[in-house]
Design a protein around this ligand. Structure first.
Ligand SMILES: [Fe+2]
Ligand SMILES: [Fe+2]
Length: 330
């Protein structure tokens, strides 16, 4: 028997995909920034080794006397390591946090996730993420080749993912673990643009690094809007227990994205042979600014507001900066 969308209730009037979501889905063939820019996958043009790989002004220990006492070559190696680590963590965030949430939606785990517009929007994002991972993977191997980085220190598991695992370990029921994975993915997709913007707006680093993060940022700004629409549709169909779990997970996920894993900074300092790495990290630990990478949470704030949970979610949202991509997406 042939079942039409109309027979199942997916008419234009009654379909659950919002007008905004339908518009975002329809625009994807033109909008997809990375998928439509094959030049980022080709051999790069000239490379000036004098240009840094990573912006010094977002390095929390840039002014620390022990870092300033290191040789210029060691400092350059630290910046190169931070750039490679940044790419590694972007890939890990997509792979371990964003994609599992998309996967749950595509498997129809939540009521409403079998809607064709929801599925289309999420599948488009999955396609984009594959391109992103490939692009960041190339960025790592190109940088390693050009800077002759023959080995990398073993990285600790992504802090955001560690926090997700810790939360999942407290949840005996499958349905609540599913909600937690969805929330972490939604927060990743609405927060990662701020991480990308840190490099995308920088003109002092390698131009290819700015280009990569700019293109990725464009896709993620759209993903943030898609995810807000999708989660709003799913949330509206959740039962009271699922909604309570979602509201409980939001601040936990937000905290995990705000956290900067200082051990990753220490690793780069040690690998570059900078003397006093432990002292630098100990000083960061006690400094109020050292624990957070400059972050803009406006995308996630919009998500919380759209879900009508602003009063329930206990998280101190910082002022939205002027350059905020979340502001541009509104
Ligand atoms: Fe991405
Ligand atoms: Fe994304």
């Amino acid at each position: 028997m042939v079942t039409t969308w109309a027979a199942k209730g997916w008419t234009e009037e009654h379909g659950i995909g919002s007008a905004t979501l339908r518009r975002l889905v329809a625009a994807w063939p033109r909008r997809a920034a990375v998928a439509n820019r094959p030049e980022v996958f080709q051999e790069p043009a000239a490379y000036d080794p004098g240009i840094p790989d990573y912006p010094l002004d977002i390095v929390p220990f840039a002014e620390h006397p022990r870092f300033l006492a290191a040789s210029p070559e060691q400092r350059q190696r630290v910046l190169t390591g931070l750039w490679i680590g940044y790419n590694e963590r972007v890939i890990a965030t997509e792979h371990l946090v964003a994609e599992p949430a998309f996967d749950l939606v595509m498997r129809g785990v939540f009521p409403g996730s079998d809607d064709p517009v929801v599925r289309q929007g999420v599948q488009q994002a999955i396609v984009d993420e594959s391109f992103h991972t490939y692009m960041h993977m190339l960025a790592i191997s190109r940088t390693r080749e050009l800077r002759r980085v023959t080995s990398r220190p073993e990285q600790p598991p992504l802090v955001t993912y560690r926090r997700l695992r810790e939360t999942l370990a407290t949840m005996p029921e499958r349905w609540e673990r599913d909600v937690a994975v969805l929330v972490w993915g939604a927060v990743a997709e609405t927060c990662i643009n701020a991480l990308l913007a840190l490099l995308a707006r920088d003109t002092a680093i390698q131009p290819l690094h700015s280009l990569i993060t700019t293109l990725h940022l464009r896709d993620e700004t759209a993903h943030g809007s898609v995810v807000i629409e999708v989660v709003r549709e799913l949330h509206a169909r959740m039962n009271a227990e699922q909604r309570r779990t979602l509201a409980r997970c939001l601040p936990l996920a937000l905290d995990s994205f705000a956290e900067q894993d200082l051990s990753t900074l220490r690793l780069e300092l040690v690998t570059a042979g900078v003397a006093g790495a432990d002292e630098i990290v100990a000083d960061l630990r006690t400094a109020a600014t050292g624990r957070r990478l400059v972050r803009d949470f406006s995308g996630a704030q919009r998500l919380v507001e759209e879900l009508g949970l602003a009063d329930e979610v206990d998280f101190d949202f910082p002022e939205r900066p002027d350059w905020s991509p979340g502001a541009a997406a509104r």
